[in-house]
Design a protein around this ligand. Sequence first.
Ligand code: AHR
Length: 481
Amino acid sequence: AGPCDIYASGGTPCVAAHSTTRALFNSFNGSLYQVRRASDSATLNIAPLSTGGVANAAAQDSFCAHTTCVITTIFDQSGHNNHLTQAPSGGVKGPGANGSDNLASATGAPVTLNGHKAYGVFIPPGTGYRNNAATGTAKGDAAQGMYAVFDGTHFNGGCCFDYGNAETNSHDTGAGHMEAIYFGNINVWGTGSGSGPWIMADMENGLFSGVNVKQNTGDPTITDRFLTAVVKGQPNNWAIRGGNAASGSLSTFYNGPRPNASGYNPMSKEGAIILGIGGDNSNGAQGTFYEGVMTSGFPSDATENSVQANIVAAKYATTSMTSGPAMNVGSHVSLRATTACCTDRFISHQGETVNTQVVSSSNTTTVKQQASWVVRAGLANSACFSFESVDTAGSFLRQSNFQLMLNANDNSKQFHEDATFCTQAGLNGQGNSVQSWSHPTRFFRHFNNQLFVASNSGVHDFDATALFNDDVSFVVSSGFA
Ligand code: AHR
């Protein structure tokens, strides 16, 4: 059985079921999600390998070869047509066209389930999905349950990495108008014990960790690489549960009355569905989503415990984050541009500025060192890489507002994430392309001889589609110095 078969047997059927990694019903063999490639804007729906099984990631890989893909739709498997698509502008504008949020890269969150490769939805700040016309979801004070599987190591303190029930107009319509799972370490509203991240409930104008508006120490910091997060609510009662999605059982972190604040009892749920954003389209948060559902009715703990056993049996595991020509940690490398204009130019720095320079074996040591980088294990994810300057030890290539800079590592979480990159075969067939770990639609790109992390179309000039594949492909050789 799948998670939704278990919820149905418990009398609390799924009214929305989303996953890019697997079928959530035993009998599901429809489309899980849709990707769109940049080369010709064609789309492909990805289905399970077999009925009830894991997503066919190989179909995505071949469709997206030599270009980039984004996830356009996460289909609802429940039969309610509650599909998630690009979130529109709301109380808060997104960074995309007309204030919409960005779509997620299709390759930001590779994993395996029972040994089969699949992709989760890696959501950087500015990215989000929504359905403002959902049907069958809880409204008003009606009962609902939700679970989601997240990456417990990918979070931040922005508002608000949510999955669940929200406003139908993308605006903040007041306390009690949402009931969504939140994951992260924002401390503006509620907090749990430790420094976070925490699973909390976003009920609008407040993230709640228990009955108190601020801290409830029963809600622990939880950072499992694969994390099951549960929030459920019914009249006068709600609960937070969680656990390791790869082993063991769920714990209850709160189960009791509605928060001690006005507007949350009774609830005024509106029934829209959000992923990766707040109710008003606040889009400062990041996180990774693998699967999740919303139910009609308040699931029993026993039903959720069976769902957790099903998730554990799906065997989520990490997999390689890199491919293409090998990069060896500790080696010195130089990266040569492959665009016709610039095949004698190498990624180089002058102070903090990162650009391309013409470099050859006859240059001075100073110039050679400016174009040479020590490959390090990725500062935010050791399955990827960071690039330390040969002449300025302790300084790394990092992106800041999508421009590549050379800055000293201040050991902050933000710096580590800005300085972590995952390599793959060059999109134009030469060398490597270097993908931003924290913004996986973006790659090292030279543009007017300056270095950026660029996406394959977008609002910045450096996101231009013309020459994209060439501009993001660099031949990696042993370093000049
Ligand atoms: O409740 C926390 C956040 O507050 C909501 O997600 C958002 O709509 C508002 O900014």
